[in-house]
Design a protein around this ligand. Structure first.
Ligand code: FAD
Length: 306
């Protein structure tokens, strides 16, 4: 730890003792089921709890790393130093005011899409099959060709390092293909604007999305979705498949036979296995097609060997 002799978060913050876990294996908190321990792992349920954690980590110079479902993250084998925070409780709440929706950063996207459908609000259907949280989705502007979260955003509430909440208007946030300029901010909630629609039509659109995913994606395995962004005018999956890489394996990590842009943890894969496999894929695709694939997934913690 980089802290100046930090006493344990648990001891110092007696009121949060129940929430804090030390040396928590992060493999438990990623859909890849890969990742070493966090020094501290906390699930605050209220803003006052979160503020205490932020103040504590600031006081000890410890980095704070927010995590959602870990569905877009490759977490290093040595884990993450500092305090990993997963927003729960009030941060998972979703509420409606006409066509406006307030969604906590910890709320799962499938719950958000379903709640919108039940309220006869259209626009969030593309998020229904994405197994992340609102907070994680805002970082990468998660979505599908049918739409992304950024296009629904009205404003985003963040917690500044000073411990003060602040509101960013849509005009102050840049969203583009699988990218936003929010990384580095701690997101508390998003206010989205949807449009009225027919409940049955919205439900049917969601069901179509889910059926399509079940047919094309290896949903029963540990994975983090698409590994690479689609290069302009092409598809990463097509390139990886055309390079003959489906099924390619490094240690416990393998290119999915079902979807070439997915890597699955086929059993006991390490982060290092996945890094090496990603490098092999990028090298091969570049040699064969002259396209350098850019990763869509994000990385947390150090790499173990190189
Ligand atoms: C089967 C499968 C299918 C997928 N399909 C899609 C798809 O169609 N489209 C798509 O875009 N993605 C897809 N994904 C990827 C992933 O689900 C999305 O990127 C999702 O939005 C990530 O959310 P998360 O909460 O899991 O974020 P995490 O993976 O936990 O975190 C991602 C980043 O966001 C940061 N973060 C998380 N919460 C906060 C917060 N509150 N404040 C600040 N930073 C925060 C983290 O620090 C990290 O840097 C898929 C993944 C899987 C496993």
């Amino acid at each position: 730890m980089s802290a100046d002799d930090p006493s344990s978060l648990r001891t110092e913050l007696a009121s949060l003792a129940e929430l804090v876990r030390e040396n928590e294996p992060l493999a438990r908190h990623s859909t890849f089921a890969i990742g070493g321990p966090a020094d501290f792992y906390v699930e605050p349920k209220t803003l006052p709890e979160l503020k205490k954690i932020v103040a504590w980590s600031n006081r000890h110079g410890l980095p704070l790393f927010p995590i959602g479902q870990g569905s877009n993250l490759l977490i290093g084998d040595k884990g993450v130093r500092g305090v990993v925070v997963r927003l729960r409780g009030e941060f998972e709440e979703i509420s409606f005011d006409g066509e406006r929706v307030s969604a906590g950063a910890g709320a799962p996207l499938p719950s958000l899409a379903k709640a919108c459908a039940q309220n006869g609000l259209a626009g969030a259907e593309p998020l229904a099959g994405i197994p992340g949280t609102v907070g994680g989705a805002l970082m990468t502007n998660a979505g599908t060709p049918e739409g992304d979260i950024g296009s629904l955003v009205d404003e985003v509430e963040i917690l500044e390092n000073s411990g003060k909440p602040a509101v960013l208007a849509k005009k102050d946030i840049v969203f583009s293909y699988r990218r936003s300029d929010l990384p580095g901010r701690l997101v508390l909630r998003a206010r989205l604007k949807l449009r009225r629609g027919d409940k049955n039509d919205i439900m049917a659109a969601i069901q179509n999305q889910l059926n399509r995913r079940a047919k094309t994606q290896p949903l029963g395995s540990y994975n983090v979705g698409s590994i690479f962004k689609n290069p302009p005018g092409d598809f990463a999956a097509r390139l990886v498949d055309a390079a003959g890489l489906k099924g390619l394996r490094v240690g416990g990590a393998a290119v999915s036979d079902k979807h070439a842009n997915f890597i699955v943890n086929a059993g006991q894969a390490t982060a290092e296995d996945v890094h090496r496999l990603i490098e092999k894929i990028r090298r091969t695709v570049q040699e064969k097609f002259g396209v350098l694939l850019e990763t869509e997934i994000w990385f947390a913690g150090e790499r173990s060997t190189f």
